[in-house]
Every structure is written in structure tokens, then in C-alpha cells.
Ligand binder design. Structure first.
Ligand code: SAM
Length: 367
């Protein structure tokens, strides 16, 4: 029996293979892709094959009087779906109830066109998207949130209503210790929570002789907070204002007091290290840090040339990547000065071709 009845038609999960076959496929793709740079062993961190995604988006499709969730199809723009086994159980339990509630209220149903779900171990949040004025259905939305016991955000062009809270609270357990995180609905989050916990533990296990850490693309502190307990001081930057706001909250709620978070792009930070002045850096003396480790977790586009040139000056680099192609391009340059010591594959995206990697590098002269 296949993992999902929509396999073969759905554009989201496209690997119609057993889990062992998927592992072998991903492993051999990565081995082959990085053959020119690394000949050592690869660690593979597996995932649950169902209920692993804590964030999911669906379209809402109207047909006669009925409503359906949709995904992009492999061969069609909209594929009607009535199950999505990859999503967290809280989401899969809620999905039919939400759809029935919309079907049962003409005002709520009218011009609803999309939805997003985020589930943490403390909260569940639904975003409903409308092509109509949501202020006209404020009361209906409020009742929907109350009846389903959810946090709800409704959006239509230029308008947003929040019922409950748009702040989500999450807890991770890393090496037996609880870490608490707060973030907002629009934030970047690692979609596969249990694999994310494995990634953080793996990074922790690979820190040798720590002094200070520079972390770029830190989000709301996913790696930063647990890592901070290994280092003397941590400097972490991120472009998103909201993410930095929550990173600071997360540092406090986990009693991590050796952190400086900067709301600045990595490219600007590189200029700052070269002497450019930014008001946002007024309280920070960049010369005070003695970075033994640099951690980067960039978006799919990978690292800017200025970032690569900068990080090559440091002894230890940890590169987390959701795109093996840009990772390979960037490593070709970094491996001119550094050697790959350890390479891991984190199977965040089961049943898809997407692959998350982690790479530990050490400067050649320091080996
Ligand atoms: C793959 S996410 C990683 C976030 C975080 N490390 C985590 O594990 O949740 C990449 C992050 O880089 C941020 N970002 C994108 N472009 C950036 C840039 N030019 N400079 C700094 N941060 C950037 C995004 O806002 C996002 O939070």
C-alpha cells in the first residue's frame, strides 16, 4: 500500500518509493554530487514517514456547493485531496473539521481560497485566505476559532484579523534538555520538527574547542539558543525584524545570556567587518569576538561571495543547507582552504526530492 492515495498525482510528495529506496536514492545522489570534494562516510538522519510536517498549505477549491482542499498536481494546476498523511496529526485531525465548518457557513465559505496550518506541541494556528472583505465576516470567523478551539488568522487584500494569538510556542528536547521557542505565523521554521531536533544535536556533537560563535541566517534562534551554552559568546544575525525580535525573547526565556542578535543582512554584516558603519551595530564591538566557529544556514540561493570570502578566514565552518546544488557551488570555493570532516543528510522532506545537508569543515592549516 502506498504512503498516500494521492501519490503519483500530487505535486508535493513525488517519490513513489519505499523508505529504504528513498534513503538509498538520496544518499547516492549526494555521494555522487560531492564526489569531487568529499570521499568520507555520510551520516543519514531518518524521519518518520507520516505526520512529520508541522506546517502545511492547501488551496481551497469550490465545486458546485462543495469544498475541497487542493495541492498543486503533477499534471493539473489543482488536485483535489482528501488526505495528506505527511502533516502532523493535530493538522490532519483538524483538516476535515475546518472544511466541514466552512461548508456549514455560507458566509465563511464564500471566496475562501487557501489555508495554512502550523502545529507546535503547545499550539495550533490556521491562516484562512479570502478574496473578499474579511471585516464583513468578523463574527463568523470569531465563532469558527472558538468552536474549533484554534488560533485563527484571516487575510484578504490589505486586511488581517487575528482570533486568539499569532504567536506560537514550541518546545524542543535536545540531549534531554527542554528549549522553548516563540515565533510568529510568518516566520521561517524548519518543517520537520523531529529531524530539526536531530540537526541541532548533530551540530552540538560536532563542536570541538569552542570559543566564540558567529551564526549567520539565525532565524528566531533555532540553533543559536542550544549552541550558546557551548560557547563563551555568540553573535548571530538575521534579516527578518520579527525573527530577531523573537530570537531575543527566546534567548531570555531559555536563560541564554551570552548572545548578541543583529537585525542585519549577512552581506551588510560583511561590510561592517570591513569597517562600514551601521547604526544598528552601535552597541556592538565586532573586534571583541574571537570566533572559533562560524555556522551558516542560508536560504536556497546559498551564500554570497562576500560571505564565502569572510568565513574562509575562520578555523571551523558548519554549513546547513536545504539546497545541495548551491551547497556544492559554495563548497567548491570553501574547500580551497577547508577540508570536509563530516557530512550529514537530514531527511526533513520525506517522499520528496528535497534534501537537507549539514557539513563540518576545518581549515587545512589547523588539521
Ligand atoms: C534556511 S532559514 C534558517 C533559519 C534558522 N537557522 C533556522 O534554523 O530556523 C534562512 C534564514 O535566513 C534569513 N535570510 C535570508 N536572506 C538573508 C540575508 N541576506 N542575510 C541574513 N539573513 C537572511 C531568512 O529570513 C531565514 O530566517
Amino acid at each position: 500500500m502506498s504512503f498516500c492515495k494521492h501519490l503519483g498525482e500530487c505535486g508535493s510528495c513525488t517519490l513513489n518509493l519505499s523508505y529504504n529506496e528513498q534513503i538509498n536514492l538520496k544518499l547516492s545522489f549526494i555521494k555522487d554530487k560531492f564526489r569531487d570534494l568529499y570521499s568520507g562516510d555520510f551520516e543519514f538522519f531518518t524521519s518518520k514517514t507520516k505526520g512529520y510536517r508541522i506546517r502545511a498549505e492547501f488551496g481551497i477549491f469550490h465545486e458546485k456547493n462543495d469544498l475541497f482542499y487542493t495541492m498543486n498536481g503533477l499534471n493539473t494546476r489543482y488536485l483535489k485531496i482528501n488526505e495528506c498523511p505527511k502533516v502532523d496529526i493535530k493538522i490532519s485531525n483538524l483538516m476535515p473539521n475546518l472544511l466541514n465548518a466552512l461548508k456549514g457557513d455560507e458566509r465563511l465559505k464564500f471566496k475562501a481560497f487557501g489555508t495554512e496550518f502550523i502545529a507546535t506541541n503547545h499550539d495550533i494556528l490556521v491562516v484562512l485566505l479570502y478574496h473578499r472583505d474579511i471585516y464583513e465576516i468578523k463574527e463568523n470567523l470569531e465563532n469558527l476559532a472558538k468552536n474549533l478551539g484554534i488560533n485563527l488568522i484571516a487575510r484578504s487584500r490589505g486586511k488581517k484579523l487575528i482570533f486568539g494569538s499569532e504567536i506560537l510556542n514550541e518546545s524542543f528536547f535536545i540531549k534531554g534538555r527542554e528549549f522553548k521557542y516563540t515565533f510568529e505565523s510568518g516566520a521561517f521554521i524548519q518543517p520537520n520538527k523531529s529531524v530539526n531536533e536531530k540537526m541541532i544535536s548533530w551540530v552540538l556533537d560536532n563542536i570541538k574547542s569552542p570559543k566564540d560563535l558567529l551564526e549567520m541566517y539565525c532565524g528566531h534562534g533555532n540553533f543559536t539558543i542550544p549552541l550558546s551554552f557551548k560557547f563563551n559568546k555568540v553573535l548571530a544575525n538575521e534579516i527578518s525584524k520579527n525573527a530577531i525580535k523573537n530570537a531575543k525573547i527566546n534567548a531570555l526565556q531559555n536563560n541564554a545570556l551570552n548572545l548578541d542578535f543583529l537585525r542585519i543582512s549577512s552581506e551588510e554584516l560583511m561590510s561592517a567587518f570591513n569597517g562600514a558603519k551601521f547604526n544598528r551595530l552601535n552597541d556592538i564591538d565586532l573586534n571583541e569576538f574571537d570566533f572559533s566557529h562560524i555556522l551558516v544556514d542560508p536560504p536556497r540561493a546559498g551564500l554570497d561571495g562576500s560571505v564565502i570570502n569572510f568565513i574562509k578566514n575562520y578555523e571551523n565552518i558548519i554549513y546547513i543547507s536545504c539546497n545541495p546544488l548551491t551547497l556544492h557551488e559554495n563548497l567548491k570555493e570553501i574547500c580551497k582552504t577547508h577540508k570536509i570532516l563530516n557530512f550529514a543528510i537530514f531527511d526533513q522532506f520525506v517522499n520528496t526530492n528535497h534534501i537537507e545537508c549539514g557539513v563540518i569543515l576545518r581549515r587545512e592549516n589547523d588539521i
